[in-house]
Write a protein that binds this ligand. Sequence first.
Ligand code: XMP
Length: 319
Amino acid sequence: AWKPGNIINDAIATVREQVGEAKALLGLSGGVDSSVVAALLHKAIGEQLTCVFVDHGLLRHHEGDQVMKIFAEHLGVKVIRVDAEARFLDALKGVDDPEAKRKIIGRLFVEVFDEEAGKLEGIDFLAQGTIYPDVIESAGSKTKKAHVIKSHHNVGGLPEHMKLKLVEPLRELFKDEVRRIGVELGLPREMVYRHPFPGPGLGVRILGEVSKAAADTLRQADHIFIEELRRAGWYDKTSQAFAVFLPVRSVGVTGDGRRYEPVIALRAVQTIDFMTAQWAHLPYELLDVCSRRIVNEVPGVSRVVYDVSGKPPATIEWE
Ligand code: XMP
């Protein structure tokens, strides 16, 4: 029978045999796959593993701190956090085209990761959270949007002198198996069963030009939405849910007078394969609570809308 414990033991034995006494490097994103690899490799080779976590400033509410808390503090994994927010925001100034933003974020991500990797001595292996569906997908399809970050972490992008060999302990596993292993390895359930989050992060959820102010606003609104979804028991009934920052301004009125402010859109979808998706029929009461909390608690937002578009034609992300 398939048991997480057996898979873990096998993977640990394989990794130990492959890596021996050498050192390995891992790009930790906070996503499920790289998180599970970090926990697994830490168990297999302990101090021989160094993780580099590039914080591009487009992560969710407190996400960077949470990653550090779980890995560095709780599990004792060696993690180098690179605070690159200013660099990313700077590079994104004046750019509003979605694909251009993706390219900039992807390119800079590799650049920052490589710079950090280049500072490390004696690394022989690069660990990656490649899972079975990634293997299939990169063999078949030419549109690998969902795996931009992973492919960026391949050996090709790293400094020539490093010549790293790959360690990919999840290569034969499906997502569900990776999650079960993650829980078994002691990662918080909440992290392991989190909705997927795109590599470019809030960069593609702030429509048009990205700014720190918009990212801060969006993080707060998104956090409220997710918190209320969890509270109402809807988080696990949706495949992906998030807030989007719309740069159009709309008129509002409060006791203080007239306001003219950006709009927050909420999106929640149900899907099996993310190729097609239905908008989630969230209860009105839940939407009501989210809307009230967002306009009351997030400065500069006086209107919240809910996205009722299916895919196709509307993609899950707004950009
Ligand atoms: P769309 O918006 O194309 O999204 O319906 C399908 C799934 O892919 C994710 N997505 C991305 N993931 N980099 C990523 O790593 C990207 O640039 C990207 N764009 C979309 C999206 O969140 C959804 O899960």
